[in-house]
Design a protein around this ligand. Structure first.
Ligand SMILES: Nc1ncnc2c1ncn2[C@@H]1O[C@H](COP(=O)(O)OP(=O)(O)O)[C@@H](O)[C@H]1O
Ligand SMILES: [Mg+2]
Length: 286
């Protein structure tokens, strides 16, 4: 397999073209693109050590979604606990917010919870099994909540509760989650969350225990950035397309609009009470 696979728009577009919410994954040993429909396999877990390629994979997944869906069809809610990855999406029309503190992400998720409740009520009132079957005047866009390094939020019970609910009931309501973490840990990924993240991508992991938690056997033996084991309906070994920040910015440029300060990344303040990575990992890994 190639150690590096450049993100090429034409190939990626074609790979996701059969799907409503096409998620680009990577190429297999035979040079075939692997992609799937988030509508059919909702909620993704991306795990891997620092430098293994998680944020890059999120960048190409999100960019692909933006290139292929209209802002009226898809709304993105981005959480970036490291404050370093999602700034390129800030002014993109599909993007509702790019947040970094636990406080702001909590507030955003309370809004998502309300939306889940409304959508549940609508499906009940109109007696349909899926929001896509609602009458035209009640149709809702797809929502994707994507949080990079979500383990940093694990001490916030409310956030974890809403995320658990989202992955449990989001599928038929058109609300999806994509979560990344560097140290998969059974305590953070409790059984409910894990069972509902139907696709997992294991980039280089530290050991067999982590590979088992993520359900991606062999991920502990990976040596290349961007290489991963994917577990969806079955196991795949794939090389992720490499989309650089520069190229992503070029691709996103046509979708950039002016936005007010509310949509900006929240500046960090010492009083915000958000956790540092060190705080969290000291007691997560035991
Ligand atoms: N798909 C890829 N193909 C080739 N190199 C990659 C790929 N993804 C990541 N890399 C390399 O690894 C570095 C770290 O990637 P990043 O996505 O930031 O990792 P993580 O978020 O897991 O810490 C990148 O700067 C790049 O050099
Ligand atoms: Mg990262």
């Amino acid at each position: 397999m190639p150690k590096e696979l450049a993100y090429k728009v034409e190939g990626v577009r074609e790979a996701v073209s059969p799907f409503t919410l096409g998620i680009i994954c990577g190429k297999d040993r035979n040079g075939q693109y692997n992609a799937f429909d988030l509508l059919k396999q909702p909620h993704i877990l991306i795990a891997g050590e620092t430098g293994s390629g998680k944020s890059t994979q999120l960048r190409s997944i999100l960019t692909t979604l933006i290139l292929t869906k209209k802002p009226s069809e898809l709304k993105l809610y981005l959480g970036d606990c490291k404050k370093s990855e999602f700034h390129i999406f800030r002014k993109v029309e599909h993007v509702q917010c790019v947040l970094s503190s636990a406080k702001d992400i909590g507030k955003m998720l309370r809004g998502i919870k309300k939306e889940l409740d409304e959508r549940s009520d609508l499906t009940e009132i109109f007696e349909v099994g899926h929001v896509d079957d609602l009458p035209a005047e009640h149709r809702r866009p797809y929502l994707v909540v994507c949080i990079d390094e979500f383990v940093m939020l694990r001490k916030n019970e409310e956030i974890m509760d809403i995320l658990t609910e989202l992955v449990a009931i989001g599928r038929t309501l058109g609300v999806f989650a994509i979560l990344s973490m560097q140290r998969p840990n059974a305590k953070v990924l409790d059984t409910t969350i894990r069972a509902n993240l139907t696709v997992s991508m294991g980039f280089k992991l530290r050991d067999v225990i982590e590979s088992r938690i993520v359900n991606t056997p062999g991920a502990e033996a990976i040596e290349t950035s961007g290489r991963f084991i994917m577990n969806s309906d079955k196991l795949y070994e794939l090389q992720a397309p490499y989309l650089t920040i520069k190229k992503a910015k070029e691709l996103l440029n046509p979708f950039v609009i002016a936005k007010g300060p509310v949509k900006e990344v929240t500046p960090s303040t010492p009083t915000s009470g958000s956790l540092t990575e060190k705080d969290v990992f000291n007691d997560v890994v035991d």
